[in-house]
Unconditional design. Structure first.
Length: 201
């Protein structure tokens, strides 16, 4: 058997070892992330124009079980995904501001502290995959929480990856991809994000 045939045989054997989920497992996979509560919330928020009625939007999120602090404004819709009861894994502090079209993956906790600002089209990802076998590199899920500390500012279209803490008073530049913790009062930018300078306190 040549090297290529041996590789194909190893692939067939590896695939046979993957457990079959069965019909009920398939149904759980297909419908497990449908949250009627979130669907209704999104429907109600659809009628609120962006940059308007921001405190009403925040009140609606509170009414649907999200922890949103006083005087916090939500300037537009948020896309929230995650397994069962994702509203239990999101905490937004007081006097924070979240702009429109922010994507929050709530596979793990996301905490946005007081006075933090998240610009539009920011992506917060708490879930990733382990690097797996060559024939299916995206392996089992793993997740880690995200924390945006007091007074931090996340610029437009930035991406925050699992396990990251953005420190107090830190700034993440627009379009940055943050793969590790950002120290307090530090400006970071780039892909991956790197410290640019210290900010005054």
């Amino acid at each position: 058997m040549d090297g290529m045939e041996a590789e194909r045989q190893a692939l067939r054997e590896a695939r046979e070892r993957v457990p079959r989920e069965g019909f009920l497992g398939m149904l759980r996979t297909e419908f497990g992330a449908i949250h009627p509560r979130l669907r209704l919330l999104n429907l109600l928020c659809f009628f609120l124009p962006p940059l308007s009625l921001c405190r009403l939007r925040a009140a609606l999120y509170r009414a649907f079980g999200f922890r949103v602090g006083e005087s916090t404004v939500l300037l537009g819709p948020m896309e929230i995904v995650g397994p069962s009861r994702p509203w239990e894994r999101l905490t937004i502090g007081a006097r924070a501001m979240i702009n429109s079209h922010v994507y929050m993956d709530l596979g793990d906790r996301i905490v946005v502290e007081d006075h933090a600002v998240i610009a539009h089209h920011v992506v917060l990802i708490t879930t990733s995959h382990q690097v797996h076998q060559w024939w299916h590199r995206a392996g089992p899920n793993e997740s880690a929480p995200i924390r945006i500390c007091e007074g931090a500012w996340i610029g437009a279209a930035a991406v925050i990856l699992p396990g990251v803490t953005v420190g107090r008073g830190a700034v993440v530049a627009a379009g940055a991809v943050v793969t590790r913790d950002v120290p307090d009062h530090t400006l970071v930018a780039g892909i991956p994000a790197r410290p640019i300078r210290q900010l005054p306190t």
